[in-house]
Design a protein around this ligand. Sequence first.
Ligand code: F6P
Length: 369
Amino acid sequence: MTRRIGLLTGGGDCPGLNAVIWSAVRAANSLGVEVLGIEDGFEGLVGGGRVRLLDKTAIRNILPLGGTVLGSTNRGNPFKMVRHDHDQEIIEDRGNEVVSNIERLGLDGLIAIGGDGTLAIGLDLTERGAKVIGVPKTIDNDLAATDTTFGFYTAVETAMEALDRLKTTGESHDRVMILEVMGRDAGWIALHSGLTGGAHVILIPEIPYNIEHVAARIRQRWQEEGRNYTLIVVAEGAFPQGGTANYVTPGQAGRLGRLGGAGATLEAGLQQALAAWQRPSGPPEVRTTVLGHIQRGGSPCAYDRLISVRFGAEAAHLAVMNRWNRMVCLRGTEIKSVPLREAISRPHRVDPDGQLVLQARAVGVSLGD
Ligand code: F6P
């Protein structure tokens, strides 16, 4: 019988984490199961352990809050913990410490709320005997086993609102306005926000762009549509044909590389491609806004709250029913679950020939190809 479970949030934060915590604790407590919150992802299970009881007082009023009351880290892979000794970086496997802490704390298993990295760590732990339920979070929406991850629609709302604002200033100044959005190697945030925010060009990692084609769409706006501004969304992982994605820092042990600069690259390319444009007012000015972590902060939208609350309740239910090593997911309108291994095996990318892209093209959006 399940009596006590641990709950942690891993990887980058995302709107809706606290709603999952709130709901999982309430659902577990109502079935007589105690929940210990683990601080800062799996890091809180290394060494002496950093845990605290999550009871109804601890979770009061947290449902609408952004961030995570438990803290999180995307450096906390216990199988590849980085330690600095003078100038040397030492990588250590401390997975067994996590497993023994789980036993020492009397946890029957863990609910791990995270993206592909956190869920992969969860899966590795199951191979050392731990029991894990995964809850998929990420603003990137890049996990194939669920129709959507929570946090995604809040990020899209934020990016859409940014586009609404860039449109009015771009229109006033006859400018090309570029918005760089997050999403890693998936173009979901760019595509959804671009379509809902009326972007004229949407550039995604799944469709490498041709800078001349982007420039041609800008000229077409002016020459054929009589419009003096252009709104462009570029995903941080997008890149020109023949090129590669821009990384600010490369990947390291247990940590993905940091993307950045896709907007700046595009701006420089467009300035060059438009330089020779002979029109009375000269080539248009190009301005870039990098939306960054604004997409990850703040309160979750209603839809993200709804799936967070439903995911949390189902995760607790699976744990109480001893149906371990699964990840909760959304299929259509139903919350279901899939084996953890299956959940992390396939990334979710935009289909370049799929409906969304075809519909974007149908309404005149250039994908830059
Ligand atoms: O995976 C979520 C995400 O926000 C990505 O969209 C982005 O590339 C990355 O995390 C940023 O990570 P960090 O907060 O470590 O800079």
